[in-house]
Design a protein around this ligand. Structure first.
Ligand SMILES: Cc1cc2nc3c(=O)[nH]c(=O)nc-3n(C[C@H](O)[C@H](O)[C@H](O)COP(=O)(O)O)c2cc1C
Length: 376
């Protein structure tokens, strides 16, 4: 029976356990570049024993950033600092994942604590794009409705970023289609008022996401797992909901998606969300059962026994933790102790580990990614 510390193999990628670090914006980049903060932050969580370490949302175009301080991956050069981070994560026996994102109408907003709503162009902001000219709220910028050419260009940007990410050593690619950002905006009738092939019916509203997934899948080698994070519901009557999510998951599975990462909300300002321990796990469970696809569960998963039960009860294949990983980057090592499981520790820290703890496999030296791609 699989449990939290069972290994997992997906396509050609092995995961040491079922624990992942959920994507978390750090709002610490200049011009989209990763820096020492990202190295220390992501590296610490790989040292902490997670099997999968996701970067924060990485914008595939400059306008696709949420704030001017977001991580970006719209050029080859953006991957240079990321490669060093990937090497370190892999050296700890974890897989490096990247979340590719476009913020849509939620772009050009202040990072938390720096202000509210729209960033003016004079302060480094921009005019965001969206399915329709409908702002997220009164304080958010008014977006421009995307043309079909712009839609195709964004799909191309997702595909180019995915191809570069794999070349840089990332072994999991995730498309962000949740939290009221561009992909989700197309899915939800609250943000999508289009009357062309990208709006109206379920088929039309899901077209943007399906085309995005197909473009990314084509850009990736068959051995690379592809995740899609969705908001399983808008939590508002008449919006995107779990029934539509199940049907979308079936279609994404057929397009070569390996994991549906099940979040919720983010597209309706005043939605009432019943936040509580494991509140989104039922979405992961239902999509897994009804669409017959692997899922990731997330949202207020904090206790080792809780996370372990999600895997043992077949509610999800992977658990992703966000804030708990900020509180405790060594959560996986602590969870193993609490659950009576054995998890390898880094050689450098073995003197502090419980007796009998195995040493983590030594890092694979990779001086040149072109000559020695990870996992091949
Ligand atoms: C600081 C912070 C930044 C976040 N940034 C992202 C992000 O870049 N992409 C994303 O999909 N979710 C993001 N989230 C949401 C988390 O990935 C996660 O879904 C959410 O926090 C619920 O999980 P938790 O209860 O374990 O924190 C962020 C959450 C936090 C706390």
């Amino acid at each position: 029976m699989p449990h939290l510390f069972s290994k997992l193999r997906m396509r050609d990628v092995d995961f040491a356990n079922r624990i992942g670090v959920s994507p978390m914006c750090q709002y610490s980049s200049v011009d989209g570049y990763a820096n020492d903060w990202h190295f220390a932050h992501l590296g610490a969580r790989a040292v902490g024993g997670a099997g999968l370490v996701f970067t924060e949302a990485a914008a595939v175009t400059p306008e696709g950033r949420i704030s001017p301080q977001d991580l970006g991956v719209w050029s080859e050069r953006h991957f240079e600092p990321l490669e060093r981070i990937v090497r370190f994560i892999e050296g700890q026996g974890a897989r490096a994942g990247i979340q590719l994102a476009h913020a849509g109408r939620k772009g050009s907003t202040y990072r938390p604590g720096a202000g509210n709503g729209a960033v003016p162009e004079a302060a480094g902001g921009w005019r965001p794009v969206a399915p329709s000219a409908v702002p997220f709220s009164d304080s958010y910028p008014m977006p421009d409705e995307m043309t079909v050419d712009q839609i195709h260009a964004v799909h191309g940007a997702f595909a180019a970023a995915a191809e570069r990410a794999f070349a840089a050593g990332f072994r999991v690619i995730e498309i962000h289609a949740a939290h009221g950002y561009l992909n989700h905006e197309f899915l939800s009738p609250f943000s999508n008022r289009r009357v062309d092939a990208y709006g109206g019916s379920f088929d039309n509203r899901t077209r943007f996401v399906r085309e995005c997934v197909a473009a990314v899948r084509r850009a990736l080698p068959g051995r690379c797992p592809l995740f899609v994070r969705i908001s399983a519901t808008d939590w508002v009557e008449g919006g995107w909901d779990i029934d539509q999510s199940v049907e979308l998951a079936r279609q994404l599975l057929a397009l070569g998606v390996d994991v549906i990462d099940c979040s919720s909300g983010g597209n309706v300002e005043k939605a009432e969300i019943p936040v509580g321990p494991g509140y989104q796990t039922p979405f992961a469970e239902r999509i897994r059962r009804e669409a017959n696809v692997a899922t990731a569960a997330l949202g207020m998963i904090t206790a080792p026994a809780q996370a372990d039960q999600i895997i043992r009860n077949d509610q999800a294949d992977i658990v992703l933790l966000a804030r708990q990983m900020l509180r405790d980057p060594y959560w996986p090592l602590h969870a193993a102790q609490e659950l009576g499981q054995v998890a390898p520790w880094p050689r450098q820290y073995l003197r502090a580990a419980p007796s009998g703890t195995p040493e983590r496999a030594p890092a694979v030296a990779r001086s040149d990614r072109a000559a020695q791609p990870v996992g091949t």
